[in-house]
Design a protein around this ligand. Structure first.
Ligand code: FAD
Length: 395
């Protein structure tokens, strides 16, 4: 049984799933996570509230023995429900039956489930510990606690699952340039919420009176495509939907720059999303208090520093969210890496090179598809030519 010691930075979605798989294979795994333990302190989000889990990610969860547990906490989405400007809607199914669907999961619930699973497998988590520097020659890292107090510790083989703004990536890049390229999308996002149907006036829910506890069809990924921008909504198990508005950050109307306050934003929704606005009773509060998130694609020439350090998940290949594949791709990474490390635990330089060789073409392809899909989602899905082609099975 392997005894290699692994020091993982970041206990988010990818870090926690990787840690669980490595621990199950006999590695001694320590995870240093910047945030407090979400199971005790409450989940501190920052990225999307819920995510689409697709077959790619689900297969990784099956390998880890966690798929059934996760699906119990997920809502099935059979296709895209497209809402046109004149208030009509129609479902474009992902496949002919329910064998081809995706799932909406809460980021917080999923992260906590993965932390529990990793801990059960023997992973040691160190919460409230932020990586601030790494000395790759001495094999030591410097960590700051939540009060900013720093300490240095010996590190095992280092793996960075610390997300798009990875501190380990910055340290590796300073030591030996990684060929980093970050391409901002120029579009940004803000999240809003449709509450469960029971909290909305019956007059808003149409003739059906809603869909059980949901204000809209629950088994769909809802899209309000409007050309250069769009809203989407994903269902949550308790009956609410998380709505995300995607819009240019700057530039002529509409952009986040031209919607500086809730009055301007409400007027814009009244014009462009008239059927959606009434379903968001706390619009003003949501719009005011939720941050505008930026979106970029990250490309690296090198994901590793010989056998001493490796990047995985968003730390290696952050993408824009329009294919709903960032987490799914990161989950797939974990399966490949855990299998390679289990085969050759002592030869990490070879394993890391092989991991990059296998995964980088996939990550690049998914990054390109995600960028293309933004155009398709915000524009083509409501285009009559697109719909006609789809009818004919050309798409
Ligand atoms: P993260 O989730 O960012 O986790 C990184 C972890 O590292 C965090 O816990 C953080 O606290 C910790 N950390 C950061 N810095 C340090 C440090 N210095 N020291 C210690 N710890 C640190 N993907 C999908 O597959 N489907 C979707 O539907 C989807 N929707 C999305 C919607 C939006 C709006 C966005 C922004 C992203 C979406 N994604 C989606 C992408 C998905 O969120 C990411 O791909 C995924 O979170 C990557 O996981 P990760 O663990 O690599 O990074």
């Amino acid at each position: 049984m392997a005894q290699q010691s692994i020091t993982l930075i970041g206990g988010g979605l990818v870090g926690a799933l990787l840690a669980q798989q490595l621990a199950r294979r006999g590695f001694a795994v320590d995870v240093y996570e910047k945030r407090p333990d979400p199971r005790r302190a409450g989940f501190i989000g920052g990225r999307s509230i819920n995510l689409a889990l697709a077959e790619r990610g689900l297969q990784a969860l099956r390998t880890a023995g966690l798929a059934a547990d996760v699906l119990q906490r997920a809502v099935m989405m059979r296709g895209r429900m497209v809402h046109t400007r004149d208030g009509r809607s129609g479902l474009q199914r992902y496949g002919v039956d329910d064998s081809e669907v995706i799932w909406s999961v809460s980021r917080a619930a999923l992260n906590m489930l993965l932390l529990d699973a990793a801990e059960t497998s023997g992973v040691r988590f160190h919460f409230g510990q932020s990586l601030v520097a790494a000395d790759f020659d001495a094999r030591r890292i410097r960590l700051a606690d939540e009060q900013g107090k720093e300490r240095s510790i010996d590190a095992g083989v280092l793996i960075g699952a610390d997300g798009a703004g990875s501190a380990l990536r910055a340290a590796m890049h300073a030591y030996a340039p990684l060929g980093e390229r970050i391409e901002p999308l120029g579009h940004a996002y803000k999240e809003l919420e449709i509450p469960p149907a029971g909290t909305l006036p019956a007059s808003l829910l149409g003739e059906s009176g809603g869909h059980d506890q949901f204000a809209l069809e629950p088994h769909a990924l809802h899209i309000w495509p409007r050309g250069g921008y769009m809203c989407i909504a994903l269902p949550n198990t308790e009956g609410s939907f998380t709505v995300t508005l995607f819009l240019p950050g700057q530039g002529p109307h509409p952009s986040f720059a031209t919607l500086p306050d809730t009055a301007a934003a409400q007027a814009f929704f009244r014009e462009d999303f008239p059927d959606l606005l009434p379903l968001i009773p706390d619009f003003a509060q949501d719009y005011d208090s939720h941050p505008v998130g930026t979106l970029s694609t990250l490309y690296l020439d090198r994901w590793h520093l010989d056998g001493r350090a490796l990047l995985i998940g968003d730390a290696a290949h952050a993408i824009v969210p329009f294919h709903g594949q960032g987490m799914n791709c990161g989950f797939e990474d974990t399966v490949v890496l855990a299998a390679l490390l289990a085969e050759s635990p002592e030869d990490t330089a070879e394993v890391f090179a092989e991991f990059q060789r296998i995964r980088q073409p996939n990550a690049n392809a998914i990054a390109a598809m995600a960028l293309e899909n933004y155009i398709e989602m915000r524009d083509s899905v409501a285009d009559p030519h697109y719909l006609a082609k789809r009818e004919l099975g050309a798409l």
